[in-house]
Design a protein around this ligand. Structure first.
Ligand code: URA
Length: 237
């Protein structure tokens, strides 16, 4: 009978990762009809399966914003270090959710996590021109010449950065603060651009991706689901 599928396959179709599916089944949290079923190969109909008494994957897509603290890596799993996914409750960790682009370990701020891999891909591709805004604190005094260099496209050892905006917010002798707006995100890109203009960074934080701004109510390490209008905005890229 073709409408019978393995339990692990059914959980996978509901967006639950293979590792999580195996654990959930072994823990006796999956029922088929009235019976707890611990065999991942057990074949049944999708409509008969419940996880913790509920239909699996009732929420189809998940989109969250997280205020990433320093020390956490932007990956779904790591053997040694805490990841952005580790900061989420189990119900999200069990889903195939991933970050949109990466922030370095020491960089803080906005990380969007989504189950929509295609949307994530569009948001990081320079072709779709979703701007990312970063707040940078750097050594020394920034001037208009630095903003002009960003606008012209800074030459790095292995590529030339696309034209970027540098909005200088304050410029002191020992330290300056500026917002940087880019549509690409190569490895250590912002740090390397500041080194190239002779103003190494002291700190970097991401404030915005596309039209979605980091919610000031979120403390570092906290997250919240995106609103409908934030999701619509991200889908528009
Ligand atoms: N640029 C960097 O150098 N690091 C980041 O994490 C993001 C942008």
């Amino acid at each position: 009978m073709s409408d019978l599928l393995r339990l692990d396959k059914i959980l996978s179709l509901a967006g639950i990762t293979r590792t999580a599916a195996r654990k959930i089944i072994a823990a006796g949290r999956v029922t088929v009809g009235d019976t707890v079923q611990r065999d991942p190969g057990f074949k049944t109909r999708i409509t008969d399966v419940r996880v913790d008494g509920e239909l699996p994957g009732a929420e189809t897509e998940i989109h969250l914003m997280l205020n990433k603290p320093a020390g956490v890596i932007t990956a779904t799993e790591d053997k040694k270090l805490p990841t952005v996914v580790d900061l989420l409750p189990e119900k999200y960790q069990n889903r195939k959710i991933g970050p949109v682009g990466r922030l370095d370990r020491d960089v803080t701020g906005l990380v969007i996590l989504t189950t929509d891999g295609e949307m994530a891909h569009r948001l990081i591709s320079p072709r779709h021109k979703a701007e990312k805004r970063y707040r940078a604190i750097c050594e020394g005094s920034l001037t208009q010449a630095d903003a002009d260099a960003f606008a012209a496209g800074i030459e790095l050892s292995d590529f030339t950065a696309l034209p970027a905006k540098l909005e200088i917010l304050s410029s002191g002798e020992s330290e300056s603060t500026a917002d940087v707006i880019l549509t690409e995100g190569k490895f250590h890109q912002v740090k390397r651009m500041f080194i190239a203009i002779g103003h190494p960074l002291k700190s970097l934080s991401r404030l915005q991706i596309g039209g979605v701004t980091l919610d000031p109510a979120l403390k570092e390490g906290e997250f919240r689901p995106l609103t409908e209008s934030e999701i619509q905005n991200l889908r528009s890229y």
